[in-house]
Design a protein. Structure first.
Lengths: 355, 355
């Protein structure tokens, strides 16, 4: 508390990101990072931008990230006016709260979801209602039918990993034609259907994506929104009233290069999906109940072992998973998919602990 | 306009940054960039972070930018709790509006100043009053004596370049002990006195700085705030409710390396100052009236030539300066200090046009 704080600050309950342990070789399965490096083209592009003496760094980056937006537009078959780039999808979501979700009626999102959503709502004074997921952690789109100010839904959902088919997302869009419907697709590339393909059909649809997961660029902070040009213009107006240059020069060229290497991206996703399926089977063999996942993590609980001591026991072996002390999910662990070796280390440790 | 926009969006008048011309070799004196490259240590640090295969980019950066804040704290003789790092000083200022300047009484800033301030005020619904500069563009601290919600002042001011001595800043701090006083020192290293040295003495003082100008890192987007630990905590709470990871991995190591090379920094500033003094004398010889500058730009007008056609004529020769169509300053040009060659090219062109 400080007498110099605005009223907003006193009200905030900031988001707490997953731990970044200061260890040499932790088995780090707690922040949904990709276990594989980014495309070698990313490295080439950064080196090219740096040149001999890094002289380009003295100049501001393109405030509109035009080349990046064009590349990504082309990748998704969109027009550049349908693409917004930000400093990670967290910044994109923050701007979406200010630009689109601050409305008279409360917005809706699931009770179990990305725990940053209620934090944004507090920061921007956005009223919201949470909608309980079903017992099996599935979203029932009928629960979003009555009047609301907007809908925010991750697909696949986090931390559950469960995906909704595109047909269900379209039901949601048709049921709520007068409010913004934001689909947060941070994990979509690991097995869910993207709503990017229907951006042109629904003027109320905004799809948010990131390079942090499937493109192995969490360290570079680049995220996107895709939607009708009017929605994108709303985000741009907020961005240009906040920070003209959110993406630095190296982040812009890195992200462009990543989109230019489709083969690397697809192979990297396929490896993660294969590891996820193997890990799921192994966890089930150890007695875990695993929520069907379309993401690069699994959400699992063991009927005979409390989640908190399990996480603590893993931590002692320098294996980090994420445990949320939140209603309905405090018996679950969210486990990011690591390399095959990391997954094996986890399974060995869990077998040991469970014994 | 869109029916999906929040009321905020309709009200905004976004900031317009200086043009980034798509030419091979423009004489670019319009966005106050440093004409010299960053320290070679910056390049080394980025290359080290990239390593052989860029594998570190797959992992999130340190959300607290701890190593960077420690380095900068040491540089300024502060404790790490007195340092906040953001995605450029524009983002730092935005968070300061939300965390500290959103108060009941209107805040104050000069009528002629960084034109982003009224934009932030609109975005965050912060009431403000502008205080006219004197006829010679000087700030009179007595004008900030009556009750207000907070004060925001660039030192040196932009786009005038005029600096206020630290003793005057301290008068301001003593006159307004119950509200935040924010000193925006984007250009301080080119000849003004920094208020960082008195951060420990005034719990209401926040000093904002950037690596974009004196440290030649405009392309990397790193800015800071320095102040009492309680003010910094207010900013951190807002930041952690907006985007956990505003600074990417390469930006963090680049900024650390820049602060580790004091000699490069001092030499680069000295060269810019020498060029500024020479350019000022040459402009005066051509009949320009030049405001005394402590920044890396000069603010000048010619009694016999309108500023807009002058800027247009320079543009035809691929020389870019900044002209603001704003009250009281629409006859001035803001000219960034370039290399000696760029300054010579400007003087030749102006001599030609003025003839």
């Amino acid at each position: 508390m400080s007498r110099f704080w605005s009223d907003i600050v006193n009200d905030l309950t900031p988001y707490v990101p997953g731990e970044q342990p200061a260890l040499t070789h932790p088995v780090k399965l707690n922040t949904n990072e990709n276990p594989y490096p980014p495309s070698p083209r990313v490295l080439d592009a950064i080196r090219r931008e740096l040149g001999e003496d890094g002289a380009s760094l003295r100049k501001y980056p393109d405030p509109t990230a035009r080349a990046l937006c064009e590349t990504v537009a082309k990748h998704h078959g969109l027009r550049v006016e349908q693409v917004f780039a930000g400093n990670g999808s967290d910044e994109v979501l923050a701007h979406a709260f200010a630009a689109l979700l601050k409305r008279r009626e409360p917005i809706r999102f699931p009770d179990i979801t990305y725990s940053f959503y209620p934090v944004y709502a507090k920061l921007y004074g956005v009223a919201h209602e949470t909608v309980p997921l079903n017992a099996d952690f599935a979203v029932d789109v009928d629960d979003y039918r009555s009047p609301n100010g907007g809908i925010l839904l991750p697909n696949p959902n986090a931390p559950t990993g469960r995906a909704l088919p595109l047909s269900e997302i379209e039901v949601l869009l048709k049921q709520n034609p007068d409010v913004p419907v934001i689909v947060d697709e941070a994990y979509v590339d690991f097995g869910a259907e993207s709503a990017v393909s229907v951006v042109g059909e629904y003027p109320n649809l905004l799809v948010v994506q990131t390079t942090s997961k499937a493109r192995s660029l969490a360290g570079m902070r680049v995220g996107f929104a895709f939607g009708d040009a009017a929605l994108i213009e709303g985000l741009t107006r907020v961005k240009d009233s906040f920070n003209s240059y959110p993406l630095d020069r190296l982040a812009q060229v890195a992200a462009v290069a990543s989109y230019e290497d489709r083969a690397w991206f697809e192979e990297s996703c396929a490896k993660v999906v294969a590891s996820r399926d193997k890990l799921t089977a192994q966890l089930e063999k150890l007695g875990f109940e695993v929520v069907p996942s379309a993401a690069n993590f699994v959400f699992a609980k063991h009927p005979a072992h409390d989640a908190a001591p399990l996480a603590a026991a893993l931590r002692k072996q320098e294996i980090f998973v994420r445990h949320f002390r939140l209603p309905r999910i405090d018996q679950h662990l969210r486990i990011s998919i690591g390399t095959p070796d990391e997954c094996d280390a986890l399974i060995r440790a869990l077998a040991d602990i469970a014994r």
